[in-house]
Design a binder for this molecule. Structure first.
Ligand code: PLP
Length: 426
């Protein structure tokens, strides 16, 4: 056997042989409570019977048909089904395989449609690991170091992230004032509107530490986008398909029934319960401005992935997974806040400085006794939880946040089990 690259170093020691719902089983049959969901991918849980059946049936009919050569039914059905859940006005979809490719597609479309070079991204954002996507990523140097020069034309503006200004004691209002003011300054001094194609932003910073945006910030982005003819790209790769307790993460920040907040929306992860498929959505007029041949690839919109995505959308609707995400998320945050206050009381300082998030996207931010970000304790807690059978991931600008991101099918008692294991671990 070839040795595994050190790049495949895992966050947990688990070798999984089987998955079911929010559970993974190792070689000895031992269960592990999976609150990572393949980094927010297995929205309907591991191997949901409906998704398995749809994929198995499709494998027997047509596995692959390249979409610039032939069309296939699962792609057409998926496009039809997506039109039921996409924000009004975003009536055209284009598919690729990963979140990074969706970021590339959105970037290319924005530059081609506007003829402008620059993209403004927001501090702590993560958009992927291809060179273009990494160039637009600011959630940690590890995603960018060592392979410069990166793509030019990327400007960085603050995200309203109070945890970045914890020592100033800023609340979300103050962080939002600062973020919008800095964005105006950036447009006045570094990247004039005539040179700015798009803003690219996550509704909730994902890899950047599970920090939700807010309505005033997104309204401010929309207003500036309209005023200057800049496109607003919303990256729903991690937050889409019910993850935050609403169908789209940005639904939390835009009035229901109003016009679409985004000009271009990126999606991936939760769409197909683990099959690789991603995409962008935009209005037909905007999508028509992409130059033929400039987008896409051999594997985009694989037929089996499309069939799995259609089944995933069925399960999300029929099992009311968006509602479950909201309810279980509230339960999870309440449980984790109780654990945090017990820990903080015991040690006499705010070691778990904040439990935050939306729906089933919940982060615990660790700080040391001096109030500095504490990635070492976060990592120790995550590893201790893994030893006790609870799988978790790390995120945050310094790796100081332990995140809980279970499948949306998680039950009340499974959330209780996770909170109990976490309490033992910390
Ligand atoms: N955008 C966001 C918000 C993400 O969270 C991720 C991955 O975590 C990506 C883009 C990149 O997706 P992928 O890893 O599939 O390329």
């Amino acid at each position: 056997m070839a040795t595994l690259s050190p790049l495949l170093k895992q966050a947990t020691p688990l070798v999984a042989t089987r998955g079911e719902g929010v559970w993974l089983y190792d070689e000895s049959g031992q269960p592990h409570l999976d609150f990572t969901a393949g980094i927010g991918v297995t929205s309907t849980g591991h191997c949901h019977p409906r998704v398995v059946a749809a994929a198995q049936e499709q494998v027997g009919q047509l596995i692959h048909g390249q979409y610039t050569t032939i069309m296939h039914q699962p792609l057409l059905t998926l496009s039809e089904r997506l039109s039921e859940v996409l924000p009004a006005g975003l009536d055209s979809v284009f598919f690729s395989n990963s979140g990074s490719e969706a970021a590339e597609a959105a970037l290319r479309l924005a530059r081609q449609a506007t003829g402008r070079p620059n993209i403004v991204v927001f501090q702590g954002g993560f958009h992927g690991r291809t060179v273009a996507a990494a160039s637009m990523t600011t959630s940690g140097t590890k995603f960018r170091a060592g392979f410069s020069p990166l793509m030019s034309g990327v400007m960085v503006s603050p995200f309203p992230n109070p945890s970045h200004y914890r020592e100033y004691g800023w609340d979300q209002e103050q962080a939002t004032d600062f973020a919008l003011r800095e964005l105006d300054l950036l447009l006045q001094t570094q990247s004039s509107p005539a040179d700015t194609a798009a803003f690219m932003v996550e509704p909730v910073l994902g890899e950047g530490g599970y920090v939700p945006g807010n309505e005033r910030f997104f309204a401010g982005l929309r207003e500036r986008a309209d005023r200057h003819g800049i496109l607003l790209i919303i990256d729903e790769v991690q937050t889409g398909f019910g993850r935050t307790g609403r169908f789209w993460g940005h639904d939390h920040f835009s009035p229901a029934g109003g016009p679409a907040l985004a000009d271009i929306m990126m999606f991936a992860k939760g769409i197909a319960s683990g099959f690789p498929i991603s995409g962008i959505a935009a209005s037909s007029e905007l999508m028509a401005k992409a130059w033929p041949g400039s987008q896409g690839g051999t594997y985009g919109a694989n037929a089996v992935a499309c069939a799995a995505a259609v089944a995933t959308l069925d399960v999300i609707a029929e099992e009311k997974l968006v509602e479950n995400s909201a309810a279980r998320g509230e339960q999870l945050r309440a449980g984790l806040r109780h654990v945090a206050s017990t820990v903080n009381e015991a040690v006499g300082t705010a070691r778990i400085a904040e439990v935050r998030g939306l729906g089933l996207m919940v982060g615990n931010e660790f700080r040391d006794a001096d109030g500095a970000p504490d990635p070492a304790t976060a990592m120790a807690a995550q590893q201790e939880a893994a030893r006790r059978g609870l799988l978790l991931l790390i995120c945050g600008s310094w790796g100081e946040v332990v995140r809980f991101i279970p499948a949306l099918v998680v039950s009340e008692s499974e959330v209780d089990q996770a909170v109990a294991l976490w309490s033992e671990a910390v």
